[in-house]
Every structure is written in C-alpha cells, then in structure tokens.
Design a protein around this ligand. Structure first.
Ligand code: PLP
Length: 383
C-alpha cells in the first residue's frame, strides 16, 4: 500500500534547470538571483520592499530588531502557532505574551490583542494560521494609535488574500517561509517584506554581518571597496541557488493555490456529510491558500482525534496532529509568558488534525482519505 503524505512540494524540471544555471554560473551565494527573487516576490505580494533571508524565523528576528523591540519589551503572540513565532521575541531579550485565538479561524483577534496590551507592549506578531488570513486591519486599528508595531507572520500565507490584496500587503512588516511544508519552497528560505525603506535597508545589511558594502557588490568589482561593519549583524543570507528555485516556484503560485482550493473544496463537500468533523474555511475578510487543511474532531464524531489518526494511518494516510500551542511545550513550562488561560488554543491543539493536501494529490488518493474518515468505526471514544 502506498502511503499518502500530508504534504509534498510541487517542483520539477524547471527548478532543476534554474538551479543548474546558477551552479554553472559559478555564483552560488547571495547575488543577482536573490535580488531578482526579492523584486519579484515584493511585486507578487504587493509589498514595497523585500529582503530574502535564510528562513522565516530569521526574518522574524530581523523584523523585531528593525522595529526597535529590545530587552524588557513585551511582544503579544498567539501560543497557537509554530513555536518560532514565540521564540523570535526572546532572541532580542523581549518576552512573548501569549494570547488565545478565535475558535473558528485559529487566528488572534483585535479584542484579544487589546486585552493583553500593557505599557511594556512594543509589538504584536499576528499569524495567518495555516494560511487563513488574520484580520490585520482590526488589529492595526488597536495598535497603530498606541505606537505598537504589528508584525505579520505570513510563513504559511503566500497565495492567501486579505480583502482584495495578497496577505501581508497591508503590513508594515511581514515574514514569509519557504520551508517545504509551505506552498512555495526553496528547501529552506525566508523573506521579510516591509513598507519602510529604512527598515528594509537595515534588515538587508543585518542579514550579512551588517556590512556597509554587500558581499555581492564587492564580488562584482575588480577592486573591492573596503567594507565597514556598522553594528553587530548575522549571517541570515539566502543563496542564489535557493533564489533561482524560488523564482520558478513563485511563478507556480497561482496554479498551486487554484489546485489546492479545488482539492479543499472536495474535502469540504465530503465532510459536510460527516457529523462531528468541522473543517477550516475562508473567513469573511479573505481567502486561505489551505496551507493546512485542518479539521476539528468534535464530540459528535464516534472517536477522538488520536483514534482517528490511527484509523487514517491504517489506511496508509499520513495525517498530522493540528497546530501546536507553544505554552504546552517544555520550552515554555512555567513561563511568565502565560498570563491568561488559553482554552481555545488548548482545545484546537488537542482536537484538530491536518489532512493530506498537495498539488499532485490525485482524486483516487483523496477518495482513500475520505473513505478512511467514513470507515465504520470500531473503536469506542474513550473518556
Ligand atoms: C513554518 C513557520 C515558521 C518558521 O518558518 P521557517 O522558515 O522554518 O523558519 C514560523 N511561523 C509560522 C506560523 C510557521 O508556520
């Protein structure tokens, strides 16, 4: 029995060709392809500036630095997210403050943010969770007048929309991931987009040791100009090999989203006939790219989430537990980051699972997944 994975990148001969061109050119580290990818990504996401990074976590780190977040500050974050969202503030000596999420979208709300603001709050990281766009404008309406910077963790968001625009387009700072678990992939990779030219320039420098002259500019000249190191920076660079793949991937994005939404619609239609399974869906204010097609396993379903995962595994379907809650991990045990109970996050983390959804998922494979959800259930719900 062949196994059905939860996710599989959609790549092919175009990526191989683009990669081999870079390899043959002899210029493999950050250079012209990274610059081209930045321009094309900014244009596709309707962002003013883009800075490519080694991954989304490093993009979040740079976002917090350029936003001026520092030791002793508080940064409001959802616990219900991949743990990098909570970790990034700790890199600058700030404290993540966990808030709960909306039970339907899995995203933070303006009310939730407003209730957590203190005089130490310097920034908020909002997440387009699993691709579902966060209601950014309502949160900015709370934060902008207070001088609190709203950073969008759009790791999963490429191809989702907020209103009439791509997610991230309305953010002062947005961080993106090109890990293979997301739609666009460069193996590892990330991007920071921003509407602030000075922040873009500083982030671009910080990602390469805060050098006054970029490595590619030095390489491009016969007599390399002397560089200065303006502050303490990092090596958070993307390579031209990754960027060349990213450029091809970006061209595939519209077709990727179209196909994912078609597959998601088939799941949603099938699930409508099953009591107790509630799938994620578009919020009022936008559309999801279905980076994660998550399903809440409710009390009316005959078995719980763990038993359903087993049932799917027996059918060769590699589903996954839903999105984590950072505050439940040992890294945050007993942490002062947890100020209020997070019942919705805990509920979603323990009752949701993610179904296989990727570009090449065939109808026959999807039928196997759906059949496994419908299987006459022999296990009795425990507890
Ligand atoms: C994947 C993910 C990240 C981390 O992305 P990397 O590119 O692996 O660093 C951060 N935040 C969210 C919400 C994610 O889903």
């Amino acid at each position: 029995m062949s196994r059905i994975n939860v996710m599989k990148p959609w790549m092919g001969s175009e990526e191989i060709l683009a990669l081999s061109e870079v390899i043959m050119s002899g210029w493999v580290a950050q250079g012209p392809k990274v610059a081209q990818f930045e321009r094309e990504f900014a244009s596709a996401m309707q962002a003013e500036h883009a800075v490519a990074t080694s991954n989304c976590t490093t993009a979040l780190h740079l976002a917090l630095i350029v936003a001026g977040v520092a030791v002793g500050d508080e940064v409001i974050v959802p616990s219900f997210s991949f743990i990098a969202t909570a970790n990034a503030p700790t890199y600058v000596g700030a404290r993540p403050i966990f808030i709960d999420v909306d039970p339907v979208t899995g995203c933070v709300t303006a009310d939730g943010v407003a209730a957590a603001v203190t005089e130490r709050t310097r920034a908020v990281i909002v997440v387009d969770q699993g691709g579902v766009p966060v209601d950014l404008d309502s949160i900015r309406a709370v934060c902008d007048p207070l001088g609190i910077v709203v950073i969008e963790d759009a790791a999963c968001g490429a191809g989702s929309t907020y209103g009439a625009r791509p997610v991230g387009a309305g953010a002062v700072l947005a961080a993106w991931s090109f890990h293979p678990r997301k739609l666009l992939t460069t193996g590892e990779g990330g991007m920071l987009t921003t509407s602030n030219a000075e922040w873009a320039e500083r982030a671009g420098r910080l990602r390469e040791h805060a050098m006054s002259v970029s490595a590619s500019d030095r390489q491009a000249s016969v007599l390399a100009p002397a560089e200065e190191y303006l502050e303490i920076g990092f090596n958070y660079r993307m390579t031209d090999m990754q960027a060349a793949v990213g450029i091809v991937q970006l061209g595939r994005l519209p077709e990727m989203v179209r196909k994912r939404r078609e597959i998601a619609d088939r799941y949603t239609a099938a699930l409508a006939g099953i009591d107790g399974l509630r799938p994620v869906s578009d919020p009022r204010w936008g559309t999801t790219n279905y980076q994660s097609y998550w399903v809440e396993v409710g009390e009316e379903y005959p078995v719980d989430r763990e038993a359903l995962l087993l049932q799917l595994a027996e059918a060769g379907v590699s589903a996954r537990r839903g999105i984590m809650s950072a505050h439940l991990q040992p890294a945050y045990a007993g942490s002062p980051s947890l100020r209020v109970p997070l019942p919705v996050s805990e509920h979603l983390t323990s009752t949701t699972l993610i179904l296989p959804l990727y570009h090449q998922l065939e109808a026959a494979q999807q039928a196997i997944v759906i059949a496994a959800l419908l299987t006459p259930i022999t296990v009795v719900r425990h507890g």
